[in-house]
Ligand binder design. Structure first.
Ligand code: GLC
Length: 725
C-alpha cells in the first residue's frame, strides 16, 4: 500500500483514473500538452505502428520525453507519464535476436545483455520495455520464433527470468532500470499453421506445464508487467480471458501465479475484440477487457469509455480503482514521481560503450551454431586465400534481425570488415551479385566462405512462411560454389530454423547463425578462425523439411514409439525426426561424456540430487561445452494422473570451458520440483516413480540410443531414508 497512491486515487475523478489506463502512440509534447496535463493518458509507446518490429521509426531522445513529462506533471495531480518501447534485444548496441541469445544457453549472458539494453534505453527516457517474449515455439513457420527462446519450456523460463532481472535490475527505481513485460500471455507460439495471430487450441496440461511455465518463472523473478496476447485460446480471445488472466495469472492459490503487477494489452487488441466477434462496440470491448484483468489498453482508446460504463452501472468502480492503483504503483516503483526527468547527459556516454560492444561480440559468437565440419576444416587459423561471398558478406543492418528499432547499420561490423581485420589481404570479398564472378573468384581461393541467409524482414511479427528453405536462388549459388571450391564453408544467417534437406550436406562446413547483432561480423569470424570456441547450441530442432513441422525434442512417446535404430518410419517419403536435434552444436574439438552418477538413488519432495558426469575435450582446440540435463519419466503407476511424459525434458545446463585434453566432473543440481507437472487447472502434480536422468550434449543423445544412457532415479512421495537419523 502506498500513501501517495491512495491519496491520489482519493482525489482523482473517474476520467483521471481511466486516463491512467489509456496508452497512446507517439504523443507530441506541444500538440498533446493539454491532454497530458489533464491526465488523458498515463503511458505512451514510442513505435512506428502495429508492425514496429520491421518498420523503422525516428526513435526518441531524452529531451523529447522530458518535454512530455513537463506537460504531464504540470497537471493538477502532477502524475508523471510512463514511456514504453519494444527494447527486445538491445537499444543502440544490438545483441543477437532472442533466439540467438538462447543459442548460448547462458542466463548470465542474457541477463547482462538485458542490463545493457536497459542502461541505453533509459538514457533516452524509456522506462518500460515490452520484453522478454516468453512464447514457447515449435513451429518455425511462425516468424516470431526469432523473438523467443525456442522450444524448451525450461530454457525459455530460465532465460526469460534472467532477462527480467537484467531489465529491472536490483531496484526498479534505479534510473537505468526498465519495467520488463512478460509476453504474450499465453500460448501465442502455438498459432495454428504457424500463421501469426491464428487461433490456438491446446490441452490444459500442456498449456500449464509448457506455455504458462515461463510466465510463472518471470512472475517469481518479479516481472513488473505482463502483456495479454492477440489470439483466441480455445475460442476465447486472451484479451478477454478472465479465467487465465484475472483468475489464474493473478490468483494466489490452486496453481495461480499470484501476479500483482500491471497487465497491458497488445497493440489494439482491445479493439480487436470486435473483430474476434465477441464485442459489439468499443464500450463492450472495454468492459470485457477490464473485467478480464487488462489494466492498460494499448492504443485502442476503448478505455476512454470506462467512466461512462461505471456511471451506467456496467462496470464496478473498484475494477477501475484497482487498475489505476497498479499503474500508479508501477510509476512510483520506477521512481517517476520523485525523478520524472531523464536529462540529456547519459545517452552519449552509454550508447555503444566499448564494454557493451564487447558483450555484444561475445553474444554474437554464441549465436553461431557449428552444425557440420568435415575434415575438420575449422578453425581457419591460416586459411590462405579466402573468398567471402553471398549477401551477408557485406551486410550490416541486416545482421540485426527483426525488432531492431534503434540500431543503426553504420554501427554494425560486417563479416567482410571482420574477415579483413583477421586475415588481412588474403581476403577477397564478392557480394554475390554476379554468380559468374563469384564462381571465378572461388576457383582462385583456398577457402570460400559463403554467407547466405534470411533478410530480417522474413522473420518477426506478421512474417510467417510456408517454406523453411533459404531464400530463392541461394541454394543454387551454394551448389555451384561447391562444385568449384577447394573448400567451402557455408554460413547461414537466419531468424528461424531452416530446412536442412538441401543444406545439411552442402560444402565442407556449415554454421547456422541466428541474426547476431551489431557485432555479428566479429562473432562469426571469431568462431570461423577459432579465436572463440564454437559454443552455440540449437534452441530449436532443425527439421529436414517444412513438412516435418512441428518437430521438437520433448514430444511424448506415443503408444508406438519409433525405434531410432529400426527400419520403420512414420513418413513414407522421408526420414523421421529432426535433421539436427535440440541442443545440438559442435565445438572445434570432439567432446566425450562419461556415465551419469547420482548423489542419491532416490529423491523426495523438497530435496535436490546432484547429477555428475565427466566431460572431456578429446581434441586439440579449446571448447566451451554446454552439458545438458535431461529427464524422462519411466513407466510408473500414477492412477491419479496417468499423464504420458515426454521422451526427454531439459531441466538444467552447465557450461564448462575445457582446454585440449582436459576433462572435468560436471555437476548439475536436480530439484524434485523440476520433475513435477501441472494438472488441467495448473496446480502442481508432484512427480513419483522412476526417472531416467541423462547428461548429454544434446536431446538426440539423451533419447536416440537404445538402451538409453543415463541413471535411474526413484522419485518418492515421502522423505528418503537418507534424510532420517
Ligand atoms: C506488437 C507486438 C507486441 C509489441 C506491441 C507494441 O504488435 O505483438 O509484441 O510489444 O505490438 O509494439
Amino acid at each position: 500500500m502506498s500513501a501517495r497512491v491512495e491519496d491520489l486515487l482519493a482525489r482523482m475523478t473517474l476520467e483521471e483514473k481511466a486516463g491512467q489506463l489509456v496508452q497512446v502512440a507517439n504523443p507530441d509534447p506541444e500538440l498533446d500538452a493539454p491532454a497530458l496535463a489533464a491526465g488523458a493518458f498515463g503511458s505512451a509507446i514510442v513505435a512506428s505502428g502495429e508492425h514496429a518490429g520491421n518498420v523503422r521509426d525516428a526513435g526518441t531522445q531524452a529531451a523529447h520525453v522530458d518535454a512530455l513529462q513537463r506537460a504531464a506533471t504540470s497537471g493538477r495531480l502532477g502524475i508523471p507519464l510512463l514511456v514504453a518501447r519494444d527494447v527486445i534485444h538491445g537499444h543502440r548496441t544490438v545483441f543477437p535476436v532472442p533466439l540467438g541469445q538462447a543459442a548460448s544457453f547462458d542466463a548470465d549472458l542474457v541477463r547482462a545483455a538485458a542490463r545493457v539494453a536497459a542502461r541505453e534505453a533509459s538514457a533516452d527516457g524509456i522506462r518500460w520495455t515490452f520484453a522478454p517474449m516468453l512464447d514457447v515455439a515449435r513451429d518455425p513457420r511462425w516468424g516470431r520464433v526469432a523473438e523467443g527462446y525456442g522450444e524448451s519450456a525450461w530454457l525459455t523460463a530460465h532465460l526469460g527470468a534472467a532477462a527480467v532481472q537484467g531489465f529491472q535490475g536490483d531496484d526498479l527505481a534505479d534510473a537505468e532500470s526498465l519495467a520488463a513485460c512478460a509476453k504474450h500471455y499465453v500460448g501465442y507460439g502455438l498459432a495454428t499453421g504457424g500463421r501469426d495471430y491464428a487461433e490456438v487450441d491446446v490441452g490444459p496440461r500442456t498449456l500449464h506445464h509448457v506455455h504458462v511455465r515461463p510466465f510463472r518463472e518471470a512472475v517469481a523473478a518479479g516481472v513488473a508487467t505482463v502483456m495479454s496476447a492477440f489470439h483466441t485460446l480455445d475460442g476465447v480471445p486472451m484479451t478477454a480471458h478472465t479465467g487465465l488472466l484475472r483468475t489464474h495469472l493473478r490468483g494466489g492459490s490452486g496453481g495461480g501465479l499470484g501476479f500483482d503487477g500491471v497487465v497491458v494489452s497488445d497493440w489494439d487488441a482491445v479493439g480487436e475484440l470486435l473483430l474476434h466477434g465477441v464485442a459489439g462496440d468499443l464500450p463492450d470491448a472495454a468492459c470485457l477487457a477490464l473485467t478480464a484483468g487488462v489494466d492498460v489498453d494499448m492504443v485502442t482508446a476503448a478505455y476512454r469509455h470506462l467512466p461512462d460504463l461505471v456511471r451506467a452501472g456496467r462496470l464496478d468502480a473498484a475494477l477501475l480503482d484497482d487498475a489505476a492503483r497498479r499503474v500508479l504503483l508501477l510509476k512510483e516503483r520506477l521512481g517517476l514521481f520523485d525523478r520524472p526527468f531523464t536529462g540529456a547527459g547519459r545517452a552519449a556516454s552509454v550508447h555503444l560503450a566499448p564494454t557493451h560492444r564487447e558483450l555484444a561480440r561475445t553474444a554474437a559468437q554464441q549465436a553461431c551454431v557449428l552444425l557440420r565440419d568435415d575434415g575438420p576444416l575449422l578453425p581457419l587459423r591460416e586459411p590462405g586465400r579466402v573468398l567471402l561471398t553471398g549477401p551477408f558478406a557485406t551486410a550490416r543492418a541486416e545482421l540485426f534481425g527483426t525488432w531492431t528499432l534503434d540500431g543503426r547499420g553504420e554501427d554494425a561490423v560486417s563479416v567482410a570488415d571482420a574477415a579483413r581485420e583477421r586475415w588481412g589481404d588474403a581476403v577477397t570479398v564478392d557480394d554475390g551479385r554476379w554468380p559468374e564472378l563469384a564462381l571465378q573468384a572461388a576457383r582462385a581461393a583456398d577457402v570460400v566462405v559463403a554467407c547466405v541467409g534470411e533478410h530480417p524482414m522474413r522473420s518477426g511479427e506478421a512474417n510467417s512462411v510456408t517454406t523453411l528453405d533459404l531464400p530463392a536462388g541461394q541454394v543454387e549459388l551454394l551448389e555451384a560454389l561447391a562444385r568449384v571450391s577447394r573448400r567451402l564453408v557455408v554460413v547461414a544467417v537466419t531468424g528461424r530454423p531452416l530446412a536442412m534437406d538441401r543444406l545439411a550436406s552442402l560444402g565442407d562446413a556449415l554454421v547456422l547463425v541466428l541474426h547476431p547483432g551489431v557485432e555479428g561480423g566479429h562473432g562469426i569470424v571469431d568462431v570461423l578462425a577459432g579465436d572463440a570456441p564454437a559454443s552455440g547450441r540449437l534452441p530449436m530442432s532443425l527439421p529436414w523439411s517444412v513438412g516435418h513441422v512441428p518437430v521438437f525434442h520433448d514430444h511424448r512417446p506415443t503408444g508406438r514409439p519409433l525405434d531410432p535404430e529400426g527400419d520403420v518410419g512414420r513418413y513414407r517419403d522421408h526420414a523421421d525426426g529432426p535433421a539436427f536435434p535440440f541442443g545440438f552444436g559442435l565445438g572445434h574439438s570432439p567432446v566425450t561424456y562419461g556415465p551419469v552418477r547420482l548423489s542419491a538413488p532416490t529423491l523426495a519432495p523438497g530435496e535436490t540430487v546432484t547429477v555428475t558426469a565427466r566431460v572431456g575435450n578429446a581434441g586439440k582446440h579449446p571448447v566451451l561445452e554446454t552439458a545438458q540435463l535431461y529427464v524422462r519419466a519411466r513407466p510408473a503407476l500414477r492412477p491419479q494422473d496417468p499423464v504420458s511424459r515426454p521422451v526427454a525434458e531439459l531441466v538444467g545446463v552447465r557450461r564448462v570451458a575445457l582446454a585440449p585434453g582436459e576433462a572435468q566432473d560436471v555437476a548439475l543440481e536436480l530439484d524434485a520440483g523440476l520433475l513435477a507437472t501441472r494438472d488441467a487447472c495448473g496446480a502442481p502434480v508432484p512427480a513419483t516413480g522412476p526417472f531416467l536422468v541423462t547428461v548429454a550434449p544434446h536431446a538426440g543423445a539423451a533419447t536416440g540410443t537404445t538402451p538409453p544412457t543415463g541413471a535411474r532415479l526413484d522419485v518418492v512421495t515421502g522423505p528418503t531414508t537418507e534424510g532420517q537419523p
